[in-house]
Ligand binder design. Sequence first.
Ligand SMILES: Cc1ncc(C[n+]2csc(CCOP(=O)(O)OP(=O)(O)O)c2C)c(N)n1
Ligand SMILES: [Mg+2]
Length: 297
Amino acid sequence: MDIRMLTADLAAAAGYRELRRSVHSEPPEKALERLRAMSTDIRLKVLEMIDRAGMGHIGGDFSVTDILVTLFGAVLDVDPEQPDALRRDRFILSKGHSAAALYATLAHCGYFPQSELATFTAELSALNGHPNRRKVPGVETNTGPLGHGLPVAVGCALGARLRDDGSRTVVVLGDGELQEGSNWEAAMTAGHQRLVRLYAVVDRNRLQQGARTEETVGLDPLADKWAAFGWEVREADGHDHAALLAAFEPSTTGRPVAVIAHTVKGKGVSFIEDRAEWHHKVPDPDQVRAAVEELTR
Ligand SMILES: Cc1ncc(C[n+]2csc(CCOP(=O)(O)OP(=O)(O)O)c2C)c(N)n1
Ligand SMILES: [Mg+2]
């Protein structure tokens, strides 16, 4: 099976503008169906990119896919044709190692041609292993060194407050990433400043590189930690688009919102799911075929 043909077909079936329109005009079930189709498309693209490049972080990519799809498919107020418009929601993928999932999502939405995805990590490609704001439209800040996305997002949210333009800032963090102390300094500032339009999403897959978070530096009770730093905390199934949509409703407490998205690292392919070694293992050709079969079943 040629997965390139397959992903192109799926992308055509769930075009970005159509998807965005449907969120507002179609019955919720129909819109959710489209988001689910977009998630399948993104996972197939990621698989294709990593297969071609021979490198990548498939576990974290599949973990965060449904979060990215919900955000870009239905939540963020952004215009791929004007990625630098002053009034726009800001999105930061702090766990920058999941760049392939971000690139596939941005391309799906029309930030750049889907054909570019084939260059992932190639020499001179804009699509490096970690996102670069100077090279990729839609990337707000460079990420990769973990622990920097939330501090930058707090700055974006303070800027939006000064502009008073109503825009939101959304940052996605890995759970292992939360072991970086810089996050808690930023969280404390956001809570103190009551940055009500700031959302921090934790991709809570309970795995980091090579091990479980709770066996490395434990994070639980994670909701209590965010609450203690002055955040409104919401918990959601990070693979349920409807639950994620609800989690991005405006704050009801005048506080920044922490969304703890309970996820499965490698979600969608059974032999990749919840296994530490699939943090950055690359599937062999038989595994690629098996993964495509499972994702399109
Ligand atoms: C400051 C820093 N230290 C170490 C790394 C290497 N590294 C890349 S991904 C990763 C694990 C991250 O785990 P988590 O945040 O839980 O991400 P996910 O499970 O979603 O892949 C590590 C240690 C890094 N990128 N930056
Ligand atoms: Mg993790």
